[in-house]
Design a protein around this ligand. Structure first.
Ligand code: AMP
Ligand code: MG
Length: 418
């Protein structure tokens, strides 16, 4: 067995070590309708102009701007209407001096016309239109390629596809999209005390919440979670379960990674050929975290405490998954905020203090969520922030400026923006 006495590494070095060794996954092609939230595996170049033809931006009249250069309510200009062209139809007549074509938003512009007068600035009169406002060449005209020009790169590799991006791809006529494969993440939970939700609790037993917490976080990150269930704290059980789990793209386990008498995870991993990159990070929560690879497959032995597990997942697993998918932006969002009440933290460790983030005008204020015990999952549920308390600082004063990782920003607000 090669479990060595490890010295703690810093959070910075731990993240760097993880990212250094994370492999990139290959790509696959998915239908356009399934591409939302996926990571683009190749840059997309426009194969055509969008829009493909010159067209009207308004319901109105296609005119020659020079014909109506002096038009005003008190000096209207009368033009003969040649035809009415709806979107999807082609004009049949060229607009000559003294004439106009009634045109709808999206209708191709007839030859001869170089501007559109809005219908609101006109009046119909017999077969004529009376124009009451002047336009200049180009007014209310959409040029071909105004949105995307043929040959131009419109989306970069590594981009997470959002609704507007999906629309761009559709406009270009693409039906399949090259995206990174979603990492398959095996999740194992160790512990003799664990039962699945819904099962009766015997003496000394608790519910295996970690498997569900982690699966949710992994899926939030765009990966596929495979819950492999509960493994008892016996080396043979752990070995068999781990061997199975390593067929996935990443292996996550929880519990059994500390210094307890039944903490067999590291030893068993090492027997399976796991090359440990680090064990023990100078952080709270989540100190006993281990990371390594087995035949190129990354694995995290996450601590069992519910808060430690999830915090480690956010801090290290999520950026790792994003790296595997080739995302261009892999890091957790963070803000500078003002601390609402004094915080005291342990010496020598980077502490991640769970807190509520409140926006106050142009700035943010953070308030710790109470008990910071790594068993109190409510502290993470109640707040969306992780205040980063650096190892050299034991007291952070009220009013101090602090850096806060913002988790679970679901894009909603309690107040309307307008
Ligand atoms: P361990 O890291 O195995 O020593 O576990 C640390 C603490 O986390 C203990 O109180 C465990 O009961 C608890 N724990 C371990 N695994 C889980 C789990 N899957 N779900 C909820 N709590 C857990
Ligand atoms: Mg345990």
């Amino acid at each position: 067995m090669t479990v060595k006495m490890a010295t703690m590494i810093s959070v910075h070095d731990a993240l760097a070590a993880v990212l250094r060794d994370i492999p990139r996954l290959g790509s696959e092609r998915v239908g356009l309708a399934n591409a939302r939230g996926r990571v683009l595996a190749e840059a997309v170049r426009a194969g055509r102009d969008v829009p493909p033809f010159r067209n009207s931006a308004m319901d109105g009249y296609a005119v020659r701007a020079s014909d109506v250069a002096t038009a005003a309510p008190e000096a209207p200009v009368r033009l003969r209407v040649l035809e009415v062209v709806g979107a999807g139809s082609m004009p049949t007549r060229a607009v000559a001096p003294g004439t106009a074509t009634k045109i709808m938003t999206g209708s191709p512009l007839p030859t001869g016309a170089d501007a559109v007068v809005r219908v609101e600035d006109t009046e119909e009169s017999g077969g004529d239109v009376v124009v009451q406002a002047r336009v200049t060449p180009g007014t209310a005209v959409r040029e071909p390629g105004e949105d995307m020009r043929a040959g131009e790169t419109v989306l970069d590799v590594g981009r997470v596809l959002r609704p507007a991006d999906i629309g761009l791809l559709a406009s270009l006529g693409l039906t399949v999209v090259p995206v990174s494969r979603r990492p398959r993440v095996a999740i194992l939970t160790t512990g003799n005390e664990l039962v699945e939700p819904g099962e009766p609790l015997g003496p000394g037993q608790i519910v295996n919440s970690n498997a569900y917490t982690l699966a949710a976080a992994v899926e939030d990150a765009g990966a596929e979670a495979i819950r492999l269930g509960i493994v008892r704290d016996q080396q043979e059980c752990i070995r068999a379960a781990f061997a199975d789990a390593f067929t996935a793209d990443m292996m996550l386990s929880t519990g059994g990674v500390s210094v307890g008498s039944f903490d067999f995870v590291r030893q068993t991993l090492s027997e399976l050929g796991y090359e440990e990159r680090f064990w023990k990070v100078a952080q709270k929560p989540g100190k006993p975290l281990t990371f390594g690879l087995r035949q190129g497959t990354p694995a995290f032995g996450l601590p069992g405490n519910p808060v430690s597990t999830l915090v480690c997942c956010y801090l290290y697993v999520v950026p790792a998954l994003r790296t595997m998918m080739g995302m261009e932006r892999i890091h957790l969002p963070h803000i500078e905020a003002t601390l609402a009440s004094e915080v005291t933290t342990a010496a020598g460790l980077t502490e991640f203090v769970r807190c509520v983030v409140t926006r106050i005008g142009p700035t943010y204020e953070v308030q710790p969520t109470g008990s910071q015990s790594s068993g109190v999952l409510r502290s993470l549920s109640a707040g969306e922030g992780l205040l980063i308390a650096p190892p050299e600082q034991q007291t952070i004063a009220r009013g101090a400026s602090v850096r806060v990782i913002v988790l679970g920003n679901d894009g909603t607000s309690a107040v309307a923006p307008f």
